[in-house]
Ligand binder design. Structure first.
Ligand SMILES: NC(=O)c1ccc[n+]([C@@H]2O[C@H](COP(=O)([O-])OP(=O)(O)OC[C@H]3O[C@@H](n4cnc5c(N)ncnc54)[C@H](O)[C@@H]3O)[C@@H](O)[C@H]2O)c1
Length: 351
């Protein structure tokens, strides 16, 4: 059965969702909802009904199976709940919510209305990341001693433009939600939950651009075994530098890197052959800056197959909730440490 999709939020990633749905023979695009007249004009070429508000779309009784929620982070949870309560499945862009409480409300609405809520975690489809996951499952690295995750990207005034949702606490939430939640998902997916979190936050060059810090050094223990550190920053000069993960195990070392952890940088593991991946993971390119790995087609296919009863969902909603909960724990330190000060420009400094 062809699955009918509507896109809520026709911005950067909403356009990618629409494109993939149009390309998929088992999918049909039935509507676009965006509050911005400029984006509605952009969507005219798609020749599907256009709506300004979600409620207006839901009241129009257009036949739709799935609503793809591609709006700013802080809107995801309540929009997802509105769709679920109107008996639509939802795909929720990352992060599914900005608090665990909101994420659990989404889960409750999903259960009550017996509709799926699919979180977007497309980096898991990257061949390099899948390979590391398999190596870990085979326990080829032995006991895990340490994991270091480095996320060093550039987000500057080209991205944090005045009036945008980017950089706001209530709609964006911070770099761990907007830029690096994929990598936190990968970390948890590979090594399980973390505990004993110690955080230090810095704001190097975003004092006049964002309502939150741009950098952090986070140390933690895995509940299962080993310890880890996450270093992140959006203060990198000029362009994204890298997202990398170094895994130190009793029987070997692996480092994956590149901008999206899409390359094997180093591998020295007992009796393990290093694979070569022919097709590097494509990237979502937004002109002035680059986003994440472009693997959304795998998610769309999985959603279609789940709704047609052909396969199980690759990612449970609980896994999206776990990412939100982890970031919330890490950021608990940020809230305690910030010393707010309103400047003449009206911005708040968090150093
Ligand atoms: N999975 C990924 O790799 C990936 C990549 C980029 C963005 N994202 C996520 O996707 C979401 C959108 O990001 P983006 O970069 O496309 O942002 P964007 O600003 O380009 O697009 C957001 C769109 O939502 C619309 N919108 C805002 N409020 C609305 C409302 N109440 N009703 C309807 N439409 C509304 C805006 O007009 C805009 O067109 C974010 O949550 C972001 O974290 C995920």
């Amino acid at each position: 059965m062809k699955i009918k999709f509507a896109i809520l939020g026709y911005g950067h990633i909403g356009k990618r969702h629409a494109e993939l749905i149009l390309q998929n023979p088992n999918a049909e695009l039935v509507a676009i909802v965006d509050i911005d007249p400029f984006q509605q004009e952009n969507a005219l070429q798609l020749r599907v009904p256009l709506f300004t508000h979600l409620s207006e779309f839901l009241n129009a009784n257009i036949k739709v199976d799935v609503v793809n929620i591609c709006t700013p982070n802080g809107l995801h949870a309540h929009q997802a709940i509105e769709c679920l309560e109107n008996h639509k499945h939802v795909i929720i862009e990352k992060p599914i919510a900005l608090t665990k409480e909101e994420a659990l409300n989404v889960q409750r609405a999903s259960i009550m209305n017996q509709k799926y809520a699919f979180p977007v975690v497309q980096n898991r489809y990257s061949p390099t990341i899948r390979w590391v996951k398999e190596v870990l499952e085979e326990e080829a690295l032995g006991e895990i001693f340490m994991v270091q995750l480095n996320c060093f990207w550039n987000r500057d005034e080209r991205y944090y433009v005045p009036g945008s949702w980017h950089g706001t606490l209530n709609l964006d939430g911070g770099p761990l939600y907007t830029q690096f939640s994929h990598f936190i998902d990968v970390l948890l997916w590979m090594f399980g939950n973390i505990t004993n979190i110690h955080s230090k936050f810095m704001n190097f060059n975003h004092q006049y651009l964002t309502q939150f810090e741009d950098s952090g050094i986070i140390s933690f223990d895995f509940k299962k075994q080993g310890s880890g550190i996450l270093n992140y920053s959006t203060s990198i000069f000029g362009a994204n530098f890298e997202s990398s993960m170094t895994i130190i195990g009793a029987k070997g070392v692996i480092k994956i890197g590149g901008q999206y952890m899409n390359e094997i940088i180093y591998c020295n593991v007992d009796k393990l052959e290093i694979p070569s991946f022919e097709n590097p993971t494509p990237v979502n390119n937004y002109g002035m800056y680059q986003g994440s790995a472009a693997n959304h087609q795998f998610l769309i296919n999985n959603v279609i197959n789940v709704l047609n009863g052909i396969e199980e969902s690759h990612v449970a909603l609980e896994e999206g909730i776990r990412v939100v909960e982890t970031i919330e724990h890490i950021y608990a330190g940020r809230i305690q440490k910030k010393t707010a000060e309103v400047t003449n420009e009206g911005f708040t400094l968090y150093n």
